[in-house]
Design a protein around this ligand. Structure first.
Ligand code: ADP
Length: 308
């Protein structure tokens, strides 16, 4: 992991949710009522998580999204402030509430999630504000928790501005044909890789084959994350498997978002794809050792001290 003096700038377009995390012995079956041991309100949403991951890895971050004009929205903004994230591109929706994710976490660590998109579903891009953020930025980070038409518009704008696009197409849905050639770096987990490539992805070899198939559709760089088994990086030079780091995982929430954020910041610094995958894996490995979404995302200092 290299350290440089200048902080890269990253723009993130995406979702913001308040996570209601219910710790339970076991999740209720149909018709069953269970008591939770605790309820915690934790800032989350993939866009917010990715913005926080980028900021904690040392980038200056501008986030674009939509929240309700309510207490959850104000609490999410306060959390973004604490990480120094510019959220002037996060607009208030006066009709829909802030997005909420209801998450049960069982004693085994297994989680079940129900998302109410709320204001996220009415996100519209402010092209003027995004244009200012893209100017000189080292990357635009995107996922699929906002309306696809706006994601596509943001990618078009980044391409026109010469800003590389890093996409995690989660929750998975088919990429519009027009989006493929606009993506510089595609980051997918096993399930997403299998769905997009239309072939099984259970081993590093299968991940490499899927990554090459996805590269053929446009993205110069494809990374397939494999949970505890690490990640496969593919570019014009071929495919490399980076074995997973051995840690004691307690909660994998936000692992993929932390990986993408750290990878995007490293690429914006000018690191190679393999160096960036290494940064992503170190940050994500520490993330899974802590519960919750944004509270579990490590800073660059913590990563450097724990996994140099
Ligand atoms: P997602 O959360 O999007 O499904 P993954 O589960 O593939 O993504 O995790 C993303 C990255 O987080 C992995 O590539 C790996 O680097 C790291 N990671 C996830 N789970 C573990 C684990 N149990 N031990 C170590 N690293 C992990």
């Amino acid at each position: 992991m290299k350290d440089r003096v200048t902080a890269p700038r990253i723009a993130v377009v995406g979702s913001l949710n308040m996570d209601l995390v219910l710790q339970v012995e076991h999740a209720p079956q149909g018709g069953e009522t269970v008591l939770a041991q605790s309820l915690r309100l934790v800032p989350g949403g993939k866009g917010g998580n990715q913005a926080v991951a980028c900021a904690r890895q040392g980038a200056r971050v501008s986030l674009f999204g939509r929240v309700g004009d309510d207490d959850n929205g104000r609490a999410l903004r306060a959390a973004l402030d604490a990480d120094g994230i510019d959220h002037s591109g996060v607009l208030n929706d006066h009709a829909e509430p802030t997005g909420v994710a209801a998450i049960t976490v069982e004693s085994t660590g297994q989680n079940r999630i129900v998302v109410v998109p709320g204001a996220n579903g009415r996100f519209t891009l402010d092209a003027g504000l995004l244009g200012a953020a893209l100017h000189g930025a080292g990357g635009l980070v995107l996922q699929f928790e906002c309306p696809l038409a706006e994601v596509l518009a943001a990618a078009h704008q980044a391409r026109a501005a010469g800003c590389p696009v890093r996409l995690n197409p989660s929750p998975i849905q088919p990429l519009p044909d027009a989006l493929w050639p606009l993506v510089d770096t595609l980051v997918v987990n096993e399930g997403e890789a299998a769905a997009l490539a239309g072939q099984p992805v259970a081993t590093p070899e299968e991940a490499a084959a899927a990554a090459q198939a996805l590269r053929a559709r446009g993205p110069a760089q494809v990374v397939v994350t494999l949970g505890a088994a690490g990640a496969v990086a593919a570019d014009a030079a071929g495919c490399r498997h980076h074995p997973g780091l051995r840690v004691r995982a307690v909660d994998t929430t936000a692992a993929g978002d932390t990986f993408l954020g750290a990878l995007a910041v490293a690429l914006a610094r000018g690191d190679t794809l393999d160096e960036a995958v290494g940064d992503g894996m170190r940050a994500a490995a520490l993330c899974v050792t802590q519960p919750g979404a944004q509270p579990s995302i490590p800073t660059r200092e913590t990563v450097l001290q724990s996994l140099p």
